[in-house]
Design a protein around this ligand. Structure first.
Ligand code: ADP
Length: 268
């Protein structure tokens, strides 16, 4: 970590001189190490649902004649398959965002509309936990970016707020624009996140409570995706939280101004 990697080649130049060729491999080595880490983590994460699915398939086989047991195993099998599918989807999304050759489908986006749709798509899971989603504020601001990616980012934040909150609570979603920025925040009355873990939750597969994350269907990649989407759009994501007092995730995106050259950054 922090080391400089140099590939040095030496060639004699006659009797008196030698030629030293130094090639700085620091960046390439770092990227390769990150890729390898990702592959190792991904394999590890895939093993859990894949293992469960094959065990459950065997269990169903062995339960022939026992209707109740078959139903129970089948419903768990369904759940594990859903988890596997969510994981694969997130892995594909994140690899795409991390690639160096991503070209975002940029256009002028009505953030208010995208956020509204993200809220709508989270209505069912909220209802199933009797959670009220309260939407406040409005902004006519536009940003330049990829509406599908922004939708994924907003949905991930709202989805987390719902998954980590107790039944019957309220999730607040707010939007406003100020000083050339559009700010969207998602607040919950969940367990909160300890101070010393607040940076780490944006890392791939980092979970404060692994059992809880898995139990609620989390892939461990949601916030990492949010972070990448924001940095690709020249924006940022931050968290404010205190254990026992809920959490607020805030994203800020630069507003699109008519005539201004939009800046869409490649991922990285
Ligand atoms: P996961 O799929 O595990 O939710 P994320 O990347 O979305 O993965 O989040 C990383 C971790 O951050 C979660 O495992 C959880 O511990 C914590 N976290 C995220 N959002 C919240 C929240 N709204 N309230 C409490 N903890 C949260």
């Amino acid at each position: 970590q922090g080391a400089i990697v140099v590939n040095v080649r030496v060639a004699p130049l006659g009797d008196e001189y030698i030629l030293l060729l130094a090639d700085d491999r620091t960046e390439i080595t770092r990227t390769e190490a990150m890729r390898n880490d990702f592959v190792v983590n991904v394999s590890h994460e895939l093993k859990t649902p894949v293992g469960a699915i094959s065990l459950l398939a065997e269990a169903i086989d062995g339960a022939a004649g026992d209707e109740v047991a078959i139903r129970r195993f089948a419903s768990r099998l369904h759940k594990e398959a859903g988890r596997l599918s969510a994981l694969v989807q997130d892995i594909i999304e994140l690899s795409r965002l991390q690639g160096t050759d991503v070209v975002l489908q940029g256009r002028v986006v009505d953030v208010n509309a995208v956020l509204g749709e993200a809220v709508d798509r989270n209505k069912l899971p909220a209802e199933s936990k009797r959670i009220t989603i309260s939407v406040g504020g409005r902004s006519d601001a536009r940003v330049f970016g990829d509406p599908d990616l922004l939708m994924i980012a907003f949905r991930n934040l709202i989805d987390n707020a719902i998954r980590y909150s107790p039944e019957g609570t309220t999730v607040g979603v707010g939007i406003r624009s100020r000083d050339g920025l559009v700010q969207i925040s998602v607040t919950d009355q969940g367990p909160g996140i300890p101070q010393d873990e607040q940076d780490r939750i944006f890392e791939r597969f980092y979970r404060v409570d692994a059992a809880r994350s898995r139990q609620t269907g989390g892939t461990g990649l949601g916030l990492s995706i949010v972070k990448h989407v924001m940095s690709n759009h020249g924006g940022e994501v931050r968290v404010w939280s205190q254990p026992g007092q809920g959490s607020t995730f805030t994203v800020r995106l630069p507003m699109y101004e008519e005539g201004a050259e939009p800046e869409i950054l490649p991922a990285g």
